[in-house]
Design a protein around this ligand. Structure first.
Ligand code: GDP
Length: 726
């Protein structure tokens, strides 16, 4: 039977009009896993006895234990709709916002997002985050409202109350869609509606669902559904209105196939020259064109090694091809190609354009790589909605395990580019940085459990930033031999420009004209935008000098000194962000031998640090939005857990039978929050956090923080000269 299904998938892979590439966007616990399992079971891909137990999507052991989905795992299934068989490729997205980078990547590879919302809880912060990510990537939404059985059985709602509640969920989701994609909402049917058939509802647990088209076909209305549920007649409802049919019909009917979507999406996700044959073959989903494959995730298979999964936009991918990997020098040879059937990888001979493929042999690829048969402009740099905010050290308990630990850490950072791995050269420790305490905990547990390497970990350390608060005066930097001088000012960049840089909408990889336009659009004046010499993180170097002899040949060193100065800010050697730096003037020695790296780099560094201090550089700390759901009798202690952490409670309101507390707190203070909240509320509270960027620390906290970091890093303890403004 499995063989037959594989053959059918292979047949369908060549018919782009029958393919749907989709993702599920949901808040944790709203039922994504249960839904996926029952879709797979309904489509005959896994046995229905196993659905629910098998947890096809949660393949990693730690995910099953924790009940959260961490890596984007992938499944393919077939579904017959209007007498035509369809191939549905489902890319999994993680359910915890600590893993936001994976979500964005998954959304790049799909054309439709099935938004799953718990009917009782309604839309939650993570529903919003994930839906925003989908819309930002140009992915069309449809809505499945889950756990409707609870409205009937637990809340004893009648047809009117139920409809009201469903309408309110639909309204919330539409508000999000309109906010992010107004044009498509108004004009292209992106508004989700019962009438259009872009909303379905039901119970993933009891395996039934309905929608307006389904009600019209079967004559089963709300009243009947309530009767089936109350009279213990679920089996019959399941037979008449099976979940997988209703949901997959909606997918087949309303999500665009690759031929329809690629012409629209290629210009949004790819910045290369749209007049080339390559661009044309991507828009046309041409299986005879050059291979263009965007890797969305890397997983490690104990036998096959690294498996790169992603979307094939053009060409046909086959074993033995030598393909370029963006950001690396050489080529990798494809060892095998396959698809994920019910979560298991099945090798096939070839995969044509428009599909999701699982490829082995691409050793140099990381999540986000562009892999292609010709050298090409890569897909946009993958947007990282949140940068790492927390670091901890990891050491193998026995020296023998060290090589294995290093290899595992390299793999981990390939699988999840939101994780960074570094070696502290002074102590030899390995440092891993990620999105939150839980994120790092999951990674270290994976090293211990899956790789069997006992490790010792350090205390989690928060990553800070440094940023200037005002424009500086001109500051001179002098080389050690006193023959070279640089004159520099700094000023803060506007929030709009910083965001443009963060989103990769202006970068040095893009054509100059496009970059200028993007910066001007974000508010930079025309002259400045024409003098951009380099971009580093969220900082920009402007060269305002005119006709200085030898500066051209020295510029590379100037940039190097500038980058060094920004990587290790003057206060506590934390990264500098959001700064515009202008080089106004320079004096250079005639003779190249007297203006080498040992002269220029320290001079530029001195000038930049001096100017940053003159512009009142300050420490910024990462903050998180926090939401707690808690029974009202525990509300006081719960909100106290936010307030007691230098936090602020912004809102408290009732939702269903629970109180919701919303606030903000510094990441540093949130360490240990989970266990403190549990004891403060007898374990009755559930909570979420979401990284909310960086904020300037209060002046009175700055000296202490700077001293602590300097001490930890083994730097001199006193504040640098000129920092007397706190
Ligand atoms: P995920 O975190 O989004 O993958 O959610 P799961 O599929 O793991 O579901 C979370 C919990 O909700 C589990 O205990 C499920 O059994 C339960 N659940 C899922 N769907 C339904 C449903 O339709 N009705 C009810 N009553 N419970 C459900």
């Amino acid at each position: 039977r499995r063989k037959q299904i594989v053959q059918e998938c292979e047949r369908l892979m060549d018919k782009p009009e029958n393919i749907r590439n989709i993702a599920i966007a949901a808040h944790i616990d709203h039922g994504k896993t249960t839904l996926t399992d029952n879709l797979l079971a309904g489509a005959g891909m896994i046995s229905s006895d196993l659905a629910g137990e098998q947890l096809a999507m949660d393949t990693e052991e730690d995910e099953q234990e924790r009940g959260i989905t961490i890596d984007a795992a992938n499944v393919s299934m077939t579904h017959e709709y209007q007498d035509t068989n369809h191939l549905i490729n489902l890319i999994d997205t993680p359910g915890h916002v600590d893993f936001g980078g994976d979500v964005t990547r998954a959304m790049r590879a799909v054309d439709g997002a099935l938004v799953v919302v718990d009917a009782v809880e309604g839309t939650m912060p993570q529903t919003e985050t994930v839906v925003r990510q989908a819309l930002r990537e140009g992915v069309k939404p449809a809505l499945f409202i889950n756990k409707v059985d609870r409205l009937i059985n637990e809340l004893q709602e009648g047809p009117e109350e139920m409809q009201e509640r469903l309408q309110s969920v639909i309204g919330d989701v539409n508000e999000l869609i309109r906010g992010m994609a107004e044009d498509k909402y108004e004009n292209e049917g992106w508004k989700v509606s019962v009438q259009d058939g872009t909303v379905a509802f039901g119970s993933a647990l009891y395996n039934w669902a309905t929608s307006l088209p389904q009600m019209q076909e079967t004559g089963i209305d709300f009243g009947d559904i309530i009767d089936y549920n109350r009279n213990d007649n679920i089996d019959e409802l399941r037979e008449n209105s099976p979940l997988s049919n209703v949901v997959l019909d909606m997918v087949a009917e309303h999500f665009p196939n690759p031929e329809k979507s690629q012409p629209e999406r290629i210009p949004t996700v790819w910045r290369g020259d749209d007049s080339t044959d390559l661009a044309e073959s991507m828009r046309l989903v041409d299986d005879e064109g050059e291979v263009v494959f965007m890797v969305t995730s890397i997983s490690i298979d104990p036998h096959a090694g690294e498996i790169a999964t992603g979307r094939l936009f053009s060409g046909t991918i086959e074993r033995g091809q030598d393909l370029y990997v963006s950001g690396t020098a050489g080529q990798n040879r494809v060892q095998s190609v396959g698809l994920f059937m019910g979560g298991e990888r099945e090798e096939v001979d070839r995969i044509p354009a428009g599909n999701i493929a699982a490829v082995t042999g691409l050793h140099d690829a990381i999540a986000g790589s562009t892999v292609s048969s010709v050298e090409m402009t890569p897909f946009e740099s993958i947007e990282h909605i949140s940068e790492p905010v927390i670091t901890k050290s990891v050491e193998a308990q026995t020296m023998d395990d060290l090589p294995k630990l290093i290899q595992t850490l390299q793999q981990v950072s390939k699988e999840d580019p939101t994780i960074r791995v570094e070696i502290n050269e002074d102590t030899g420790e390995h440092l891993i940085s990620g999105q939150g305490e839980l994120h790092l905990e999951v990674i270290t547990q994976r090293i211990e459990r899956n790789q069997g390497i006992p490790v010792t970990t350090g205390e989690p350390i928060v990553v800070f930033r440094e940023a200037v608060q005002q424009a500086s005066e001109t500051v001179e930097g002098q080389s050690p031999n006193r023959h070279n001088r640089f004159y520099i000012t700094v000023e803060p960049l506007s929030e709009d420009i910083v965001e443009t840089l963060q989103l990769g909408e202006a970068s040095m990889d893009m054509p100059e004209l496009e970059r200028r336009e993007a910066l001007q659009e974000a508010g930079m004046d025309k002259d400045t935008s024409q003098e951009v010499e380099e971009i580093h993180g969220t900082n920009i170097l402007i060269d305002e000098t005119k006709g200085i002899q030898h500066l051209n040949e020295t510029m590379e060193l100037v940039v190097e000194g500038w980058e060094e100065a920004l990587d290790d800010g003057p206060l506590a050697a934390e990264p500098v962000q959001g700064t515009l730096i202008r080089l106004h003037d320079a004096r250079l020695h005639e003779d190249a031998i007297h203006r080498g790296p040992a002269q220029v780099i320290p001079a530029v560094r001195q000038a930049v640090h001096g100017a940053l201090i003159n512009g009142r550089i300050s420490m910024l700390e990462p903050i998180q939005n926090v939401r707690i759901d808690v029974p009202s009798e525990h509300m006081g202690p719960a909100s106290g857990e936010i307030q007691g952490r230098r936090g602020r409670v912004d809102d408290m309101y009732q939702e269903g039978d629970l109180m919701v507390v919303e606030g903000v707190a510094p990441v540093e203070e949130m360490i240990g929050f989970a266990s403190d909240l549990r004891s403060a509320t007898e374990g009755r509270a559930s909570w979420n956090t979401e990284n909310a960027g960086f904020q300037v620390m209060a002046d009175n906290l700055q000296p202490e923080t700077i001293r602590e970091i300097r001490e930890r890093k083994g730097m001199k303890l006193e504040l640098p000269a000129g920092v007397d403004y706190f």
